[in-house]
Design a protein around this ligand. Structure first.
Ligand code: ZN
Length: 435
């Protein structure tokens, strides 16, 4: 009895301490001195700025000359650095670990590791993203790991593991014949990387299940296999019909959620647009009709350029020729979309790229293909935030935004590669890396 009373007493003390800690975290004032600030939204950087943070939110941003520093503030001196909002990668797979054919390719991700190993590696991937200054990820499907992304998100939000803010798509949806694993005996029931659904009743039900279990976005595969056609064109096998897709989009929009569509080109891409997809993922082969429909409908474009430069097959094989054609068409599509002012958002397909590689490599491809460094930065900050319905909360250093702040040495507007070397990371008002 006594022991019980004592343990209740201890619990009360622990609760009081926790409450006090939460209160002090909520009111703690931090001031960042920024040598240069690229705020994610403005077109020009500003020099010598003072960013005042209370708890997990930015309270004010002002010129160093006029700012009054609160007496009890912790000062973080980034006066020699360029400060930016935490970056956003809108196309990742924390449950994938590269598709190197020598390591078993895509299939090995799904067939070999127990789920616990996959979750452990997803935990490392999330940490890797945060270390590199990516404080928000839209993770677009777990590739056969079910609702694992919901659990990782809970672990991050619960403070058990470090990681970015996760916006998760859970299982993704495709059709029979529309998702690997492939090349196994037809008698075998192989696991699927996505939820397979046929007909509008099944696709709507799949969307309902995923939304019910925590999907923030729905991911749909609108094309699957691709090959070089008889006239040298890229052919992409379409998957869902417009009717099947409309059921998903209608359901997701009813829940106030959006739909991301993997689509390369041709019939599947046009069905994706006719069915009302909110974002086109990859879009390797955008024809003029697709571009004008994207402009008319306000469709977002997440090109994920870098991943199409990895793991090419040998040049003299059908797969190798297809891989090279995909990359060359992608460049043309990206340039066309850029010229037409399609809303382009930064996404990498990390996971398809091993998590040991730098996420910011995508900035280099985007700028090589003609995007200005500031535009590329905005595609990974304020513009991504609008797509994600998080405008003003993430992707910007401004009052009322979450205090997700990073810093680099040097000027990324002159050398975008600098973003591969993030020196300081704060997420939600707490310093994760640096000073
Ligand atoms: Zn992907």
């Amino acid at each position: 009895m006594k022991i019980q009373c004592f343990s209740v007493f201890l619990m009360l003390i622990a609760a009081a301490v926790a409450q006090e800690q939460t209160a002090s975290l909520a009111t703690r004032v931090t001031v960042i001195r920024a040598g240069v600030l690229i705020d994610g939204k403005s077109d020009k950087p500003r020099r010598n700025q003072i960013i005042t943070i209370r708890g997990n939110k930015i309270e004010s941003v002002s010129d160093a000359g006029v700012a009054k520093l609160p007496a009890d503030a912790t000062i973080i001196d980034l006066s020699e650095e360029t400060v930016l909002p935490g970056l956003i990668d809108s196309h990742t797979h924390i449950f994938l670990q590269g598709e190197d054919p020598a390591k078993g390719g895509y299939d090995a991700n799904i067939l070999n590791p127990p789920l616990s190993l996959r979750a452990a590696r997803a935990t490392v991937a999330a940490r890797r993203a945060l270390e590199q200054g990516f404080t928000t990820l839209r993770d677009v499907e777990t590739e056969g790991a079910g609702y694992g992304d919901v659990g990782i998100k809970q672990a991050i939000n619960g403070g058990y593991i470090p990681g970015p803010r996760l916006i998760v798509a859970t299982r993704a949806i495709s059709t029979t014949g529309g998702y690997p694993l492939e090349g196994y005996a037809p008698e075998l029931e192989m696991p699927k990387g996505a939820q397979i659904a046929d007909g509008p009743v099944e696709t709507r039900k799949a969307a309902r299940e995923q939304l019910d279990h925590g999907a923030d976005w729905i991911k749909v595969y609108m094309t699957h296999r691709s090959w070089v056609g008889k006239n040298g064109e890229l052919v992409s096998q379409p998957t869902l019909t417009v009717e099947e897709l409309r059921a998903i989009v209608d359901e997701a929009h009813g829940w106030g959620k959006k739909v991301a569509c993997h689509a390369y080109g041709g019939i599947g891409l046009h069905r994706a647009l006719d069915g009302g997809c909110d974002s086109i993922e990859h879009g390797l082969d955008l024809d003029d009709a697709a571009i004008s429909q994207m402009l008319k409908q306000g469709t977002w474009y997440v090109p994920t350029l870098s991943v199409y430069y990895t793991d090419w097959g040998p040049a003299d094989t059908p797969d190798g020729q297809r891989d090279r054609l995909r990359a060359s068409l992608h460049e043309v599509s990206f340039k066309k979309a850029l010229k037409s002012s399609v809303k382009i958002v930064f996404g990498t397909d990390m996971g398809g790229i091993p998590w040991t590689e730098p996420i910011a490599q995508e900035f280099i491809r985007m700028t090589e293909f003609g995007m200005s460094p500031m535009d590329a930065i905005q595609s990974a900050t304020s513009r991504a935030a609008v797509m994600l319905d998080e405008e003003g909360k993430v992707g910007v250093v401004a009052p009322a935004a979450f205090a997700d702040v990073i810093a680099v040495h040097g000027d990324p507007l002159r050398d975008i590669k600098i973003l591969e070397n993030v020196q300081f990371v704060m997420k939600d008002g707490q310093v994760f890396r640096g000073k």
